[in-house]
Structure formats: C-alpha cells, structure tokens
Design a protein around this ligand. Structure first.
Ligand SMILES: *Cc1c(COP(=O)(O)O)cnc(C)c1O
Length: 415
C-alpha cells in the first residue's frame, strides 16, 4: 500500500475551522496564529485551504526569499533527496563544503570558517560557545556577553538569555548572569558595559523582532572599538538581515562596521532548516575537534538547498534587485502614510521594512490585510512588518500597496 499525504484540502470552504479545532486538540499552544492554513505557494503567492490566493509580503518570517516552489530550489532538493539524505559529520559531504565556500565569497572573508546548524537559535548558541572559547583562551572568567535591549536571538535557553526582552525572560528565569543588556540608543552604556571579562558583543544591525529597528552607526562603531579594546568578538546576528534581505548580501555590509562572527539562518535554505556560524580571523581558530557538533547540522539536503539559494541570488542579481525593490516598497509605504492618519512613518532597510502606526492597531490591520489577501505581520503593537520575497516585482508591490491601503481603510472603519 502506498502511504498518502492528506493535506490536499484546497477548495473546502470549511477546511480552516476544522484544522483549527484539530490543532487546538493536538498542538501545544505556543503560537498566536492567524486563522488561515496555507496549502500551496508559487512565487510571491500563497493558496489557502479554501482556495483563496494571498500575496506573501512576509516570507514566513523572512525565510522564503526566493518565493515559493522556486524551480531551481525544487530541482536541487529533489535530486539531492534521491541521491543522499544523510551521513554523519564524521565524514565529508560535497554540499556542506560548497555552502561554506559560497558564504566565504559573499562575506568577502577569504579566511572564513563555517559551522552549520539547523536554526537561528542554534547558530546563536554556536556563536556564543565560540566566543566563550575565544575568551577563556585569553583569561579565566572572560565569559561575559553584552547584548542590546530589544534584540532577538532565539528561544533556546542561551539564545533567550541574550534576547533583550524582559517579557520573554520572565516566565523562565533565572537565565544568564553572564549577559548584560544595554539600550540600543545608548553607546555610552555599551562602552561601559564592555570590560575585561567580556567575550562578545552580540547585536543585529536592524532589530527584526523588536519591530524593524535600525541600529545607529555610532553604536555599531562603539561596539567595534569596545571589542577591539578588550579582545572580545563582535558577533552580528544576521539570521533575519542576511542573505540579501537589506539590499546587501549581509546587513553589516550596509554599515561602516565589520564583525568577527555572523550568524545566519532564516533565508539561507529558502524554507529548509539550516543555520550557520561564520567566523573570520582569530575567531575562526577558536574551536577544535569535539568543541561543538550537531547530528543534522550541515546535512546534504538543507545544504543542497542553501547552495542553490546562494547561486540563484548571485546569478539573478537579486541583491541589487532587493535594493531597488526596497526603495520602491518604501515609496509605496510612504504614500500610505500620506493617505491614512493612523500610518505615521516607515522604518527599515531594503526589503525589511515596517509601517509605523500611531496607535496599537497592528493586529487589526494585519487581520484586515489577511481578509484582503495580503500576508503581513504585527511585529509590534504599533508596527506592521513587511519582508516580501527578494524576487518581488513592481506590479506585485503595487498590489501590496493597494491591498494594505484597503486594509488600513477597513480597519479604520471598524474602529
Ligand atoms: C528568527 C531569529 C532568530 C531565531 O531563529 P530560529 O530559527 O527561530 O531559532 C535569531 N536571531 C534573529 C535575529 C532572528 O530574527
């Protein structure tokens, strides 16, 4: 007997309610989900269980940057799946090495060394362990990490400890006495917080989960100088900003500051789970055999996808395209700020932008957008996040604008 998948429910008008009831009866309630189930996608478009089409202006959460069902990615995954799914990291595989080579090239780091993991939180864990190893090789007790309030680095215990969100910490304390958080607008506090016992400063160049908040050049420069002063590593978490999202291969390349270590995940596999820690210079030599590992990390299947993602972005000029589309997106969002009193501003960079609202109505605006066939996210109570595919076109951005325009009008009418 053939085992058949049963997820082909498209066209059934009652499908969503049934799925929601089954989810409530079976899944731990860790997510506040939108009342929609997607069953298929192509390019920038998603189809839900009831057969409706939606413009995907979110990409999961900045994951499917090449869009859905990209033919090159599908072909790479299919042929790798038929060839080899897994061997242990005690042997070599071609896709893993080729991903590391491409990361070094795109980072512009000939001496880069990469560790491959399965998620963003795991990449952050790997970077924290690397920084601790690098610190302890210099001095006993050099294990402190300075991170930013509002920063988001993942949900495992160490990644949660460096995440700068008291609300996410509170239910799980105590977390880490080794972490100090300073305000993202307070370079002087960062300067003071970094001392002889600091092994790393960890930050994002645009804080994604905080609500798409760009970090100032001044703070980045102070962080770089403070790290150099005490022999700490500057770790930039590029899990959300990397792989072309900001209109550069990596977010740090839009700034005047170069990190020692970057963490990557989200868009790297276009939906397959993969994370990476990439280190250069002294950081690249801090780990030895046995210091870190992962059963699945760097497996042939996610690496075949990631290799293809990196090749397609380079071949199709999608970094420059993302920069152009980012400017086009910003212009359309700025138009919405002129048309709707509640829309008060635009922030972000490249294709990671937020529409600022002057009241905590991001959730109803997001629900109204969904009803209009537009997927966005209430990233903060008063900010709607847009992180559309890098392949988005101007006509699709017009549709994004028109649907969000209608959603803002709908939700204003409902208030
Ligand atoms: C999403 C995110 C993470 C966590 O990634 P997961 O794959 O969910 O573990 C870490 N850092 C940043 C900046 C992120 O946006």
């Amino acid at each position: 007997m053939t085992i058949q998948a049963t997820d082909d429910v498209a066209g059934d008008a009652s499908a969503t309610g049934g799925l929601m009831a089954r989810a409530a009866a079976t899944l731990l309630p860790t997510y506040a989900r939108q009342p929609v189930a997607f069953v298929a996608g192509e390019g920038c478009w998603l189809t839900d269980a009831e057969g409706r089409r939606h413009l995907d202006a979110l990409c999961g959460l900045a994951v499917t940057s090449l869009g859905h069902a990209h033919p090159d990615v599908t072909a790479a995954i299919s042929s790798q799946a038929a060839r080899l799914l897994h061997t242990s990291n005690l042997t070599y595989t071609v896709p893993q090495i080729e991903v590391a080579e491409r990361l070094a090239t795109t980072l512009g780091w000939p001496d880069a060394r990469t560790f491959l993991a399965n998620s963003g939180a795991e990449a952050v864990e790997g970077a924290l362990k690397l920084a601790r190893r690098h610190g302890l090789a210099q001095a006993d007790g050099k294990v402190g990490v300075v991170a930013l309030s509002g920063g988001f680095h993942g949900r495992t215990l160490a990644a949660l400890a460096v995440t700068g969100s008291p609300a996410k910490h509170a239910p799980f304390e105590p977390l880490g006495a080794w972490v100090t958080h300073v305000g993202p607008d307070d370079p002087a506090a960062l300067e003071v917080a970094v001392g002889a016992d600091t092994c790393a400063v960890l930050l994002e160049v645009v804080q994604g989960e905080a609500g798409v908040v760009p970090i100032s050049e001044e703070l980045l420069r102070v962080a770089r100088r403070a790290c150099d002063r005490v022999g700490a590593l500057l770790v930039i978490d590029e899990v959300q900003t990397g792989i072309g999202r900001l209109g550069a291969w990596y977010g740090w390349q839009t700034t005047a500051v170069e990190p020692d270590v970057v963490t990557l995940a989200k868009a790297l596999g276009n939906g397959l789970p993969i994370g990476a820690v990439v280190a250069r210079g002294a950081a690249a030599t801090a780990f030895g055999p046995g210091d870190h590992g992962s059963t699945f990390g760097g497996g042939p299947l996610p690496c075949a996808a990631a290799r293809t993602v990196l090749d397609v972005i380079a071949r199709d000029g999608l970094v420059a395209h993302a920069q152009r589309m980012g400017a086009a997106l910003r212009a359309r969002l700025e138009d919405l700020t002129r048309r709707h009193p509640v829309a008060s501003g635009v922030r972000g960079r490249g294709l990671l932008q937020a529409l600022e609202l002057d009241a905590p109505v991001a959730a109803p605006v997001t629900s109204a957008a969904l009803a209009r066939g537009l997927v966005v996210n209430a990233v903060a109570p008063a900010a709607v996040r847009l992180s559309p595919p890098l392949i988005i076109t101007e006509p699709e951005l017009d549709q994004l604008h028109d649907r969000l325009d209608a959603a803002l009008a709908d939700s204003a009418g409902a208030r």
